[in-house]
Ligand binder design. Structure first.
Ligand code: FDA
Length: 305
C-alpha cells in the first residue's frame, strides 16, 4: 500500500515541487545521489574506484518529451564519457542509460540514433553502455534497440527485471556468449497481468532467472541488495564453476556500502550504480518505495532539521 502511494507520488509534479523545496530534502538526496554536476560524478567515481569498486554512472532524467531535451541528455553523456576517459576512470567506469531520456517515448529511431552516438563514444573511451530497463510498456522496444546496438557494439548491456513474467524467457534469449545482462527485481508499479506481485514470487523468479544466466554463456550482472539472493548467487558461482571475472555484483550508491566492501574484499567484481544530475526526484522516490527503512531515514532527516 505504502509502496503504491510513493510510486504514485513519484509521478506527481505537485508532490515533486513540495519535496524539492522541503528543507530536509538535501540530506536525503545526498545519501543516494552523487551530486548534480559532472565533477560530482567524477569525484564519487574516483573514490569508489580507489576503493577497488567498479562503477556505472547514470545521468538522472527520464520521460523526456522534446528533441532538444533528448539531445541535451545525449550531449551530457558524451561529455561525461570524455571526462571519464581523460581522468583514466575507464574501463572501471561505464554508463547506464535510460532510453526514455533520449527520445524513446516519442521517436524510437531518434532514441536509437542518440544511443548509438553514446555507444560509439563509450567504445572510443574504452568502456561500454548498459541500457536501463523502464516500465513494461517499453520492454520490447528497449530489447529491439539493444539488439541493433549490439550489432556494432556487442558489449552493450541489457537489464532484465525478475518481476516480469516474461523474464525467464528473455534470460534464455540473452544468455549467449559475450552478452552482458543485469538482473534486477524491477522498480516500477506493474499490473498483475504482466508482473508477479508478491515479494516471494519475485524472489523465486529472480533465482530461476539467475540460474539461467549463471549456467549460460553470457556475463551476468546480479543487481540486488538482498542478502538471501546474494548468498544464493555466491552458491551458484561455486556450483556453475564461475570465476570472479565471469560475472559481477551490482549495488546502488549509498545502499549497503559495507556489503559492497565485503563482496569486493572476497574477490568479487562489484559495480556501484552512481546516479547524478538535477532530476533526482523519480529515482529517489523509487528508492523510498522499496524499503521502509529508507522512509525512516527520510523521517529522521525531517525531524532533525
Ligand atoms: P529489496 O528492495 O526487495 O530488498 C531485499 C532485502 O535487501 C531487504 O529485505 C534488506 O534485507 C536488504 N536491503 C535492501 N535495501 C537495503 C538497505 N538500504 N539497507 C540494508 N539492507 C537493505 N530497476 C529497474 O526496474 N530497472 C533498472 O534498470 C534497474 N537498474 C538497477 C541497477 C542496479 C545496480 C540495482 C542494484 C538496482 C537496479 N534497479 C533497476 C532497481 C531494482 O529493480 C530494485 O528495485 C532494487 O534493487 C531493490 O531490490 P533489491 O533486489 O535490492 O531487494
Amino acid at each position: 500500500m505504502l509502496r503504491s502511494v510513493i510510486l504514485a507520488a513519484s509521478r506527481s509534479s505537485r508532490v515533486e515541487r513540495l519535496v524539492e523545496t522541503a528543507p530536509f530534502t538535501r540530506d536525503v538526496v545526498r545519501r543516494f545521489v552523487a551530486g548534480t554536476a559532472t565533477d560530482d560524478a567524477l569525484r564519487a567515481t574516483q573514490e569508489l574506484v580507489t576503493n577497488g569498486l567498479s562503477v556505472t554512472l547514470d545521468h538522472l532524467g527520464e520521460d523526456t518529451v522534446t528533441a532538444e531535451q533528448a539531445v541535451a541528455v545525449r550531449d551530457e553523456y558524451l561529455s561525461l564519457l570524455a571526462a571519464l576517459s581523460a581522468a583514466e576512470l575507464t574501463p572501471a567506469a561505464e554508463v547506464s542509460l535510460k532510453l526514455s531520456a533520449i527520445g524513446q517515448k516519442f521517436d524510437e529511431k531518434f532514441a536509437y540514433d542518440n544511443a548509438r552516438a553514446i555507444c560509439a563514444a563509450a567504445s572510443e573511451a574504452g568502456t561500454t553502455v548498459t541500457l536501463d530497463m523502464e516500465d513494461h510498456t517499453t520492454t520490447d522496444s528497449t530489447l529491439e534497440i539493444l539488439a541493433k546496438l549490439r550489432a556494432d557494439f556487442p558489449t552493450t548491456g541489457a537489464v532484465l527485471q525478475a518481476y516480469l513474467r516474461r523474464t525467464e524467457s528473455d534470460c534464455r534469449e540473452l544468455a549467449s556468449a559475450g552478452s552482458r545482462v543485469r538482473l534486477c527485481k524491477g522498480a516500477y508499479k506493474e499490473p498483475e497481468s504482466v508482473a508477479y506481485q508478491a515479494a516471494n514470487d519475485v524472489d523465486k523468479s529472480y533465482v530461476r532467472c539467475m540460474n539461467i544466466l549463471m549456467s549460460g554463456q553470457g556475463y551476468p550482472m546480479l543487481a540486488t541488495h538482498d542478502p538471501r539472493l546474494i548468498a544464493i548467487a555466491e552458491d551458484r558461482a561455486r556450483w556453475f564453476d564461475r570465476s570472479p571475472d565471469t560475472f559481477e555484483f551490482q549495488l546502488l550508491y549509498g545502499i549497503r556500502p559495507e556489503e559492497q566492501a565485503r563482496l569486493s574484499a572476497d574477490g568479487y567484481t562489484v559495480r556501484v550504480y552512481v546516479p547524478y544530475g538535477d532530476e533526482w526526484y523519480g529515482y529517489l522516490m523509487r528508492r523510498l518505495a522499496e524499503r521502509p527503512a529508507n522512509m525512516a531515514f527520510f523521517a529522521r532527516a525531517l525531524v532533525s532539521k
